[in-house]
Unconditional design. Structure first.
Lengths: 267, 365
């Protein structure tokens, strides 16, 4: 598709990610959309950011899109090849030093109104020991959600946005104000927003509950509520403009030309 | 001292049934597939497995029923298989004894083992299901002498009154298996690229088996000690196994094998022929139901017809898709050793995987 004025939901999501990365931030990315978003930030929107991955590879600038966080593609184009434990220590020390430079992208299968995320299993008809659907497990997400501010990436579906998640893999604001402190977690860290294919949710400063902050040119507040399994405040929602043709061209021609993570429609 | 063994002899001598096994590498990078394959061929079993972030190598051990308990933090061939399929099936069918830790905690546990610590305090997993749910109960743990009695325990930090921290056990490993780029006969290892947790487990384990791309002399490996990463006295066996991490990556040497990992992804959907028949029949019934619900939808009708044909072909034994068992027969059991495996993969395919030095990966993998 050589028409760069048209873009897909995923491209909008990648752009939304890039737009939310700030100057000089250290950005913890995984593979997939967050990596595309961070690459876009690094090349066009916010070149002063430093992408790092949980395997311990710091300041990554891959030429070709990596498939895993331990990929040779990250390893060959980064500043430092640390083992994972150094990454864990770095993340904890950033909090101990009261530095506010880290932001992390995590994903999941289920999320509740307070941003608690499940990426372990869906109990379904079973339980934790024998669930209906089992996923990989935590990976680095639990530690990241403990010590860092997070941006959560989700597909916006009713069955994913639910009142209570089966299993909390990565803690959000727990049960509301003071919830993190009560659980023994740093209270001054937590989920900042949820970027979905329909919009951007943020968390109310007082109640810590999710609300709709932005919808996209192809979505609406009504669509967001319809696809959310709990009441979500849409009264503060604003329209976020879509990406320019230059941005779309950059994603398709330079960042992910092999369409490893962003598929471009054929028409 | 010369510690060079054949792969067969190293595994025969240093891997025992019931061992606590620590596996090096990271999902699809520098995973010791050659040694795992030899363990499978020799029928060894009943392991308690730690793999850090695991991938196909753990999935193969689980699918073959060799794992008594798996201590998990993440299991997937990232970018190829979202969740390793035999791991997933074993849990969903209630057939796997397992424990979940966060990756941070598990990797710190491996590091603590290398430091010889008695237990490990962390400020992680608090408030999460990782503390609330135990895969292996205290009662069951007490029947497993090689596993600590507790998954974790919230305690007060004796240095900071009132502060809650989480104590986790420090594992004791019988055998570590890792794959490195170069090793010498005395056991000294060079690891290029990220070390992952490989040094930690090599130090912590009673026995360490190292497979390597190249064996170099004890003198040569000492020419530049800034590159050597593992002290030879931590190593019991050195095995020359070129492409010993195949189909995963090995930094400076080769990329992952796209075709190999895709083949495993497809094949591991089905445990064996019976499982394939059952799953295809189930899929056909589901597609038929979907088509019946929307009789006007030609696409659904077409999909139902295709699913029906696939199920019938499988049931009649005309065409059964490749299964996990087939994959293992082809790439593990029918290969006597690593040389036989390389012959089967083929020269041109192996050459395509070679890293391009200016990029650090292959553009033709």
């Amino acid at each position: 598709m050589s028409d760069y004025t048209k873009y897909t939901k995923q491209e909008m999501q990648a752009y939304a990610i890039a737009k939310n990365i700030k100057e000089n931030q250290i950005v913890i990315v995984g593979t997939g959309l967050p990596l595309i978003g961070a690459s876009l930030a690094k090349r066009a929107v916010c070149p002063s950011c430093h992408p790092i991955v949980e395997s311990g590879l710091m300041d990554c600038d891959p030429v070709e899109v990596p498939r895993s966080v331990g990929d040779n593609r990250f390893m060959a184009h980064c500043a430092v090849q640390w083992p994972n434990i150094r990454f864990v220590g770095f993340e904890a020390n950033e909090w101990l030093h009261d530095e506010d430079r880290l932001v992390a992208f995590i994903g999941g299968a289920q999320i509740d109104p307070y941003g608690n995320v499940n990426s372990t299993c869906i109990f379904g008809k079973g339980d934790y020991l024998q669930p209906t659907t089992r996923f990989t497990g935590s990976g680095g997400a639990n530690g990241i959600a403990t010590y860092c501010n997070t941006i959560i990436m989700m597909q916006h579906q009713k069955r994913r946005f639910i009142d209570h998640v089966d299993y909390i893999t990565s803690c959000g604001w727990m049960d509301g104000p003071g919830g993190r402190e009560r659980a023994g977690l740093p209270g001054n860290r937590g989920p900042q927003m949820v970027v979905t294919d329909l919009g951007i949710m943020k968390f109310d400063e007082e109640t810590k509950r999710m609300y709709l902050a932005y919808y996209y040119p192809f979505s609406s507040p009504e669509m967001v509520q319809e696809n959310t399994g709990f009441e979500v405040d849409v009264s503060r929602a604003q329209l976020m403009e879509g990406p320019s043709p230059e941005i779309i061209k950059l994603i398709r021609e330079e960042i992910d030309p092999g369409q490893a993570f962003i598929k471009v429609p054929k028409e | 001292m010369n510690k060079v063994y054949t792969l067969h002899d190293a595994v025969a001598k240093f891997v025992e049934d019931g061992d606590v096994l620590a596996i090096g590498g990271f999902t699809t990078n520098r995973k010791p597939y050659a040694t795992v394959s030899e363990i499978l061929r020799q029928g060894k079993k009943d392991f308690i497995v730690y793999a850090g972030p695991g991938g196909g190598e753990v999935d193969m051990l689980i699918g073959e029923g060799r794992v008594a308990a798996y201590i998990n933090c993440y299991t997937a061939n990232s970018g190829y298989t979202n969740v390793s399929r035999r791991f997933r099936a074993a849990i969903e069918q209630g057939k796997l004894t397992y424990e979940d830790y966060s990756q941070d905690v598990l990797m710190l546990m491996l590091h603590a083992a290398s430091l010889g610590l008695p237990f490990l305090p962390v400020r992680l997993m608090q408030g999460s299901g990782l503390m609330k749910y135990w895969g292996i109960s205290e009662e069951k743990r007490k029947t497993m002498p090689k596993l600590e009695n507790l998954k974790c325990a919230e305690i007060e930090n004796p240095m900071v009154p009132g502060q809650k921290v989480v104590a986790v056990p420090v594992p004791k490993f019988d055998t570590a298996i890792i794959h490195v780029q170069q090793a010498s006969p005395d056991g000294t290892c060079i690891i290029c690229g990220d070390e992952f947790h490989d040094i930690d487990i090599a130090v912590a384990a009673r026995k360490t088996i190292v497979t390597c791309e190249e064996i170099v002399s004890n003198e040569f490996i000492r020419r530049d000690p800034t590159k050597t990463r593992i002290f030879g006295e931590c190593v019991q066996a050195v095995v020359k196994a070129p492409y010993g991490a195949w189909p995963s990556q090995c930094y400076d040497y080769y990329d992952d094998d796209d075709a190999g990992l895709k083949e495993y992804d497809k094949a591991s959907k089905y445990q064996d022929a019976e499982d394939a028949k059952a799953q295809l029949a189930k899929a056909a019934a589901k597609a038929e139901k979907a088509a019946a619900a929307k009789p006007e939808d030609a696409k659904l009708a077409d999909a139902a017809a295709k699913a029906k044909k696939a199920a019938e072909d499988a049931a009649a034994g005309v065409k059964i898709p490749e299964t996990f068992k087939d994959y293992l027969e082809k790439w593990v059991y029918s290969c006597e050793d690593q040389a036989a495996l390389l012959d089967k993969i083929g020269g041109s395919r192996l050459m395509r995987l070679k890293n391009e030095p200016h990029l650090g990966y292959s553009t033709t993998h």
